[in-house]
Design a protein around this ligand. Structure first.
Ligand code: ADP
Ligand code: ZN
Length: 761
């Protein structure tokens, strides 16, 4: 049985000695393990927590990071091998980050190694990427007029090269210059050389080619002013403040407040850390930071998963060497090695993407709160639809609540209409589902005629939900997962949205041979097809994972839309967040129920958040906006509260329900999962674990029944789960840890532990 949490095994070794003095606990690069090594006297002064070291492992030398320096007597073994050498003396992680790491390992029941891997980018850990160096050509002095005239007459290319350098006014890469002309020029003036070639570092700036137009701070409105005052007071008095939850409706000017608060913090000589849910999905927020601080553009570091290792290495080092004082990034940016942190901002704090799905399975927002505490700096969590966890924390006095209820640019919140799709006709046998209601069709038509823009939202990519037989109701399933294959018309294949398995679409039912196969439900591709039938002339782009790919296409498409080169966007959650288009006056939500029927106690919360966020994309300019929500459950609280932009109403109803059921935030959950290709084995393990655990269940901890996961099988693996709840995480983990550590390994079974899980599938 493999576990990706809990404990590490010590190594076997032959050259070990009984050790006195200090030992270093070293996390080995690229592995799950950490071991103690004796620190030789001559290295004693150089080794500290966070140092990068070379160490012997079995019969080889390898590299690692020092987690802890402690008396050798406290090491697990009497006989320790010695550190070989120190790679970098400057600790890669400062003491505060190491403290944060220890907290994470403990709270999330993660190995120190997995925490270390999360905290340090591969490139930094492995120390393989060096800053990129190239040759530059520098003009050493201004040529005289005679020299230039002579060159122009006899050596055109050399003349040109000098002009090039004069014009650029900075050294130019040698590769951009004419080689033979350069060589000749270098020899030409032996007494007073004109040029020199120097080696220099270039930064791989992922935004190097973009231009950012400087923006100036807007005069704040009254609500913003009040929030600023509170935030700045916190920045000036960091030790006395609680985390601040900024509940501001979409378009209330939260980002403007972040920008100005960041500026003021920088002015005080401190650094700023900004977390956004996913950089690729929030390009506008990053651009706004880059623009506002474009006078000091190099001071803004951007960290996200789309960076190449070299780029990440450069950004990380710019931060560590204090060239960057402001960092904006997705989840893992919370580990940016900024010193003297003055303010942490977490935008869209309710977003699920702050939770990491693989070890150490941390919740970035909560880690941010902990980092703020360790750093002694204030933190602002902002959202139009805060998580109920954070909101509840304001109710019990752990966080401070500040609100902004008006839209900043004097716009009103959009009018929201709810369309009951049960009443929409057209669901005949071969007509397929009704995708666009009559009301929505008319509304789109009107906007297009007025040259206004439309966003349609549907959180399902592909063409159809499933391929189903009309006669025997057989659904074509993935061969590796317990889920229906989705039809993708573009590529004419069926694709599994979990494991990516592909298969040709059958012409007749694979079960009964009947040819009346039909495509149930709809995804973005089908919507696109339908719209083109209704509005043949519409300039439209589809924005989803299939159409956008990994490149800059999303940015380009959003820019084209902003520049009014497109009339309509149809997209998935890629267009749900943080986007601001003043000319969008209509937003249509095609199927509000998609997120509602997921077996998860947060389904209602997610739906409310999504509807409110998507609706917030409408009417962000001079013109009033309208939102049309299509749903089969018009009376559900999520739809109704979103319709009235009523977060308080939603929160109070939902929290009552959570309290009655003992769900978070009234408890903490820990999910123990078992998976294996061998179904019987997985089932056996979860059931015997449940039995063992139930006999030692402490008071205050509730254990559910062992059950198959809602997605019973993925990637060929059968999955089972066991849920624990208690008032605190500690009550659960301190009880589980020792018992699970004693579990005998069984082949083919993987155990995972997820603290504060957000995904129960
Ligand atoms: P949020 O982040 O809350 O969604 P934004 O910061 O994006 O809100 O603001 C919404 C719009 O209002 C933006 O176009 C922004 O430039 C504008 N805005 C923000 N603050 C002000 C202000 N004080 N005066 C005028 N316009 C503002
Ligand atoms: Zn699959």
């Amino acid at each position: 049985m493999s576990q990706d949490f809990l404990f590490d095994l010590p190594p076997r070794r032959s050259d070990a000695q009984v050790t006195t003095g200090n030992a270093a606990l070293v996390s080995i690069d690229g592995g799950e393990q950490s071991f103690d090594y004796a620190i030789p006297a001559e290295l004693e002064a150089k080794v500290a927590e966070g140092s990068r070291v070379r160490i012997p492992l079995r019969d080889k030398l390898t590299t690692g990071t020092v987690l802890e320096v402690r008396p050798a007597s406290q090491a697990g073994y009497k006989h320790l091998r010695s550190l070989h050498s120190v790679i970098s003396e400057r600790p890669t992680l400062n003491a505060k980050l190491l403290e944060l790491g220890r907290w994470m390992a403990d709270y999330y029941c993660a190995t120190k190694d997995s925490v270390m891997r999360a905290m340090l980018p591969v490139a930094v850990r492995a120390n393989v990427n060096k800053p990129k160096e190239i040759n530059f050509v520098r003009l050493l002095r201004e040529p005289t007029e005679e020299e230039m005239a002579a060159l122009e007459k006899s050596a055109k290319r050399q003349h040109e090269l000098v002009l090039q350098l004069q014009e650029a006014d900075v050294p130019l890469p040698q590769s951009e210059l004419n080689d033979s002309a350069l060589k000749a020029l270098l020899k030409k003036f032996p007494e007073t050389p004109l040029l020199s070639v120097e080696t220099g570092q270039v930064e791989r700036d992922p935004y190097g080619e973009d231009e950012f137009i400087a923006t100036t701070p807007l005069p704040l409105n009254e609500e913003q002013e009040k929030v600023m005052e509170i935030v700045l007071h916190a920045v000036a008095n960091p030790t006395t403040t609680k985390p601040i939850l900024l509940l501001g409706v979409t378009g209330s000017g939260k980002t403007e407040v972040y920008l100005q608060a960041a500026q003021r913090t920088l002015d005080m000589g401190k650094s700023v850390l900004v977390l956004v849910p996913e950089i690729s999905l929030t390009p506008q927020t990053v651009d706004r930071f880059k623009s506002r601080f474009s006078n000091i553009q190099k001071q803004v570091a951007v960290l996200h998963s789309g960076l190449k290792e070299g780029e990440r290495f450069d950004e990380w080092h710019k931060i560590a060497t204090r060239q960057c004082r402001i960092v904006i990034g997705a989840r893992s940016a919370i580990f940016a090695p900024l010193e003297e942190l003055g303010l942490i901002l977490v935008d869209e704090e309710h977003e699920n993407s702050y939770k990491q799905d693989s070890p150490p399975r941390y919740q970035g927002r909560d880690v941010a709160v902990m980092r703020a505490k360790i750093e002694g700096c204030p933190i602002v969590l902002g959202s139009a639809t805060p998580s109920l966890e954070s909101f509840h924390n304001t109710q019990r006095g752990k966080y401070q609540l500040v609100e902004m209820k008006q839209r900043a640019d004097n716009c009103t919140l959009p009018l929201v209409r709810v369309i009951d799709m049960k009443l929409e006709g057209g669901k005949g046998k071969h007509q397929g589902p009704s995708i666009i209601s009559e009301r929505l069709r008319m509304a789109i038509d009107q906007r297009l005629q007025k040259s206004q823009q439309v966003i349609l939202f549907l959180n399902r990519r592909g063409y159809a939900k499933s391929v189903t037989c009309q006669s025997c109701a057989h659904v074509v399933m993935c061969e590796h997962c317990s889920t229906a294959l989705r039809l993708h018309r573009d590529e004419k294949v069926l694709i599994c949205h979990i494991c990516g398995f592909r298969k040709k679409s059958p012409r007749k039912c694979p079960a009964c041979g009947d040819p009346t196969i039909f495509y149930a439900g709809f995804g973005t591709q089908r919507v696109e097809e339908t719209l083109l039938k209704i509005f043949p002339k519409v300039r439209m782009a589809r924005v989803d994972a299939d159409s956008m790919g990994p490149s800059n296409k999303l940015r380009d498409t959003l820019n084209a839309f902003k520049a009014n080169k497109l009339d309509l966007l149809i997209g998935t959650q890629m267009i749900a967040k943080g986007l601001h288009f003043p000319n969008v006056t209509l937003v249509g939500i095609l199927n509000a129920d998609l997120a509602l029927h997921i077996p998860d106690f947060r389904a209602g919360e997610r739906t409310f958040q999504l509807l409110t966020q998507v609706a917030g994309r409408a009417g962000r300019g001079e013109m009033a906006g309208e939102v049309i929500i299509q749903t089969f459950t018009p009376q559900s609280p999520s739809v109704q509260f979103a319709r009235h932009h009523d977060f308080d109403g939603f929160a109070s109803q939902e929290l009552t329900m959570r309290r009655d059921c003992g769900h978070p935030p009234y408890s903490h959950a820990v999910l123990l999962s078992v998976r294996s290709e061998n179904q019987e084995m997985a089932k056996f393990v979860i059931e015997s674990l449940a039995e063992t655990l139930s006999t030692k269940l402490p008071e205050g901890v509730m254990m559910g029944d062992p059950n198959p996961s809602p997605l019973e099988r993925t990637h060929n693996q059968w999955r089972f789960q066991l849920l624990f709840r208690a008032r605190t995480v500690k009550e659960i983990t301190s009880y589980l840890r020792p018992i699970l550590a004693k579990e005998r390994p069984k082949n083919e079974v993987i155990l995972t532990l997820d603290v504060d899980p957000v995904n129960f599938m």
